[in-house]
Design a protein around this ligand. Structure first.
Ligand code: AMP
Length: 599
């Protein structure tokens, strides 16, 4: 990277006084990154000095970085699970945090097939809100006039469950949209949504999407930006329009809301907005009836200046389809966050997706970094706490794994994200999101790792036993050309008795058996969100995986070290696999999923 682009420039000029204050805050935080981090750690350790988790490391009241780094181990979720389980079961003693745990945030990262539970405290909501409040002031620097219209955002809540002791467990965005901070947010001309709160807060994904799309169509000329949290959500919304435009147009024509919308709060608020509008109904029909979806976003919402969706990380696979739908509108990736902690924001949101960098705000938590060099991996042992790097120690161009300590009680917790330093804003590093460790397949919020895929294949192949058949090799592919996207698993079979091989319906059942084995986020996406389509198994000819190996070796892979890739995306390999397919099978029904989780 050129050195020049690593030099930051001050943010400005702000669009209004409120923005000026937010931008000053960003400047102050990023100029004083190291001292802010020192203070944050000291505050966390002071606040939580008496908690059981920290007491065992004998900090003896110390709140400085040196003592912390030399005594407290770097951990993963599995290390924390016994503590989390006790909190879930009702132990209200100060285990991880001196503040009461207000709820659990359920991560899309899973452990033993269930969403990880992240304890949080009430004060964290304000910290998240603070980060949200910085987004529009930055956006306003690049796109003027956003106070002259509305944002069409497809936002959703998900089902929540309760721990045995009655604590709520739900995704962080569900928690945020249901919070007073969101529901009673003061009017801000720069942040007016087309979707009334009631439509966002409807837990039924069809009714929520339908009513949000309807409002988006009604206000179509006022819409200045379209978005969803992740790219997959916006792609799904357009697919929804493709499937439901006739009914939506009918509602608009008659001014009467579809009887499929039964949620009283949604009916009430949408009915106030919906008036008979034959011209708009005709327009929607004309735009949609020919089945031409190229540029549909800019045709329906002609004043859209940008798409507000995350297209970094696993979401990059949706860039081509969003470009197709929007005629290449800019795609802004405004923030980088997780259930564990909200990390930071993109200070130059109009750059190309490949150039997106996130600046971690040093006030959000205490951040440490494990140098990530696959050729020289560092062993992290629990017994000997490693000396990790601070935000202020990072070098341009290097990759790091993120480790966080939060006010809610996570201490030196490995998030699993790999980041690369691409520049600095003042003294704060700006990171490119490289990838999440151990994720093989991801279509929406789901994250399937190699072990999960392996055990799903093993479970499904049990069904083949009575046909004297085994799966000799397999690989996978996340197919996002279909909407919603779906998992494709390539199987090479050894059928020992071809006169009694597995019939098509057995292989269809294998698809379902695989889905039943996958984690709860996958199954929820299949069942409740409809954001993943039925799993597909493609049976390939015998010898295909040997050809795959020959191909890899011809491209320089070592014959001794060759391992079958468990996920593929490289076009020539896909073409080879697809040219050897002998039969194709889909899951005949949705797998089992309920909002009640195991604790
Ligand atoms: P969750 O645990 O479900 O809250 O998901 C958080 C994870 O989503 C992060 O640790 C990242 O791996 C991923 N993520 C969040 N924001 C972004 C982003 N802006 N770009 C890429 N990946 C992201």
């Amino acid at each position: 990277m050129a050195v020049d682009s690593a030099i930051s420039s001050p943010l400005g000029p702000p669009a209004c006084e409120k923005d000026a204050k937010a931008l000053r805050f960003i400047e102050e935080m990023t100029k004083n990154c190291d001292s802010v981090q020192e203070n944050v750690l000291s505050e966390i350790l002071t606040q939580n000095a008496g908690v059981e988790y920290l007491q065992q490391w004998n900090l003896n009241g110390a709140t400085d970085r040196e003592t912390f780094k030399s005594k407290v181990p770097v951990i993963t979720y599995e290390d924390l699970q016994p503590y989390i389980q006790r909190i879930a079961n009702g132990d209200r003693s100060p285990i991880l945090s001196s503040h009461p745990i207000s709820e659990f945030l359920t991560s899309s990262g899973t452990s033993a097939g269930e969403r990880k539970l992240m304890p949080t405290i009430a004060a964290e909501m304000d910290r998240r809100q603070k980060l949200y409040s910085l987004l529009m002031p930055v956006m306003n620097l690049y796109v003027p006039g956003l106070d002259k219209g509305k944002g069409l955002y497809f936002l959703f809540i998900k089902a929540e469950s309760k721990t045995p002791s009655g604590l709520v467990a739900r995704p962080v965005l569900t928690s945020y949209y249901k919070s007073q901070q969101f529901k009673t947010r003061p009017f801000d001309p720069y942040n007016v949504y087309t979707s009334p709160n009631e439509t966002i807060l409807c837990v039924d994904s069809f009714q929520s999407m339908y009513s949000q799309m309807l409002c988006g169509l009604i206000y179509r000329e006022e819409v200045l930006r379209c978005g969803a949290v992740f790219a997959s959500g916006l792609v799904r919304a357009i697919k929804f329009l493709q499937l439901n435009w006739q009914e939506l147009a009918f509602d608009i024509e008659t001014g009467k809301l579809s009887t499929k919308i039964i949620d009283p709060a949604v009916r009430d608020c949408v009915s106030k907005i919906l008036k008979p509008n034959p011209n708009l109904a005709r327009f929607v029909r004309e735009e949609c009836c020919e089945g031409n979806w190229e540029g549909i976003i800019t045709r329906i919402w002609p004043n859209t200046k940008y798409l507000d969706v995350i297209v970094t990380g696993a979401m990059a696979q949706y860039i081509p389809i969003l470009d197709y739908y929007s005629g290449n509108l800019p795609k802004t990736c405004t923030m980088y966050a997780s259930s564990e902690c909200y990390f930071g924001l993109n200070l130059t949101p109009m750059v190309k997706p490949s150039e997106v960098c996130y600046t971690i705000m040093p006030n959000m938590g205490y951040f440490e970094f494990i140098p990530h060099d696959p050729s020289n991996p560092i062993t992290i042992s629990r017994d000997q706490p490693p000396h990790l790097l601070d935000l202020a120690d990072l070098e341009l161009g290097k990759e790091y794994e993120l480790v966080i300590s939060t006010y809610s009680g996570l201490c030196r917790y490995r998030v699993g994200d790999i980041l690369q330093v691409k520049g600095f804003h003042n003294s704060a590093p700006q990171f490119k999101f490289i990838r999440r460790k151990n994720v093989l397949l991801s279509i929406d919020a789901d994250k399937t790792d190699e072990t999960e895929l392996q055990s799903a294949v093993e479970n499904a192949s049990e069904l083949l036993k009575k046909y004297n058949t085994t799966v000799v090799e397999y690989t996978s592919y996340g197919d996002t050309k279909t909407i919603p996207g779906h998992y494709v698993i390539y199987w090479e079979l050894l059928v020992k008795d071809p006169s009694n091989g597995p019939a098509d319906d057995v292989l269809d059942q294998c698809c379902l058996a695989m889905e039943e084995s996958l984690n709860s986020v996958y199954r929820q996406s299949r069942v409740a969100d409809n954001s993943i389509g039925p799993l597909e198994i493609r049976i390939v000819q015998n010898g295909t995986f040997e050809e795959l190996m020959d191909y890899a070796i011809s491209r320089g892979a070592s014959i001794n070290q060759y391992k079958v890739p468990r996920c593929v995306s490289f076009t020539p390999i896909m073409e080879l696999l697809d040219s050897r397919v002998v039969s194709v099978h889909f899951s005949p029904k949705a797998p089992h999923w309920t909002s009640e989780r195991r604790f």
